[in-house]
Design a protein around this ligand. Structure first.
Ligand SMILES: [Zn+2]
Length: 155
């Protein structure tokens, strides 16, 4: 069962996917090929069929398109990188200067190959997006209030 803040993040991601969809199957195929089925950060091999790999976001707030996605192992994607700046994270993962330069170049080539998506929205879309985001904030506020009430009631 996800916690309230995890649920909030899932809701935010779901909303974001509607406005800015993730990779197509073709884009995913290209990504796996570009990174040679290895983690972009630590270089560990990833089995596509297993769930050990992840199409990770490079920068938070950078959108869901190919320009902001790299292949990452579960450890780098989840536990270690989190919201950190990718170049800083990468330099910690690579102690060898040559390896570091090669991995950084691989990521930069991928980013350069894909242009940023056009993110202009109609007024109607902007309005609907604001409503959806407000619901997430309301959900969080309501859960916080509920938690306090339950706690106060049991004291
Ligand atoms: Zn890794």
């Amino acid at each position: 069962m996800p916690s309230v803040s995890q649920a909030k993040n899932i809701m935010r991601r779901s909303i974001s996917e509607i406005v800015d969809p993730g990779l197509t199957r073709l884009e995913k195929d290209l990504l796996w090929k570009h990174f040679g089925a290895s983690c972009a950060f630590c270089g560990e091999g990833i089995e596509r069929a297993s769930r050990t790999g992840h199409v990770d976001h490079l920068e938070s707030g950078g959108g869901n398109g190919p320009r902001n996605r790299v292949l990452a192992c579960a450890r780098c994607n989840g536990d270690e990188k989190r919201e950190r700046e990718w170049r800083e994270f990468l330099s910690e993962k690579c102690m060898n200067a040559e390896v570091l330069a090669a991995r950084r170049a691989l990521i930069e080539t991928w980013v350069a190959r894909h242009s940023a998506r056009n993110r202009t929205m109609s007024a109607e879309t902007e309005d609907a997006l604001r409503d959806a985001e407000r619901l997430v904030d309301d959900f969080h506020a309501a859960c916080t209030r509920l938690r306090r009430a339950v706690k106060a009631g049991s004291e």
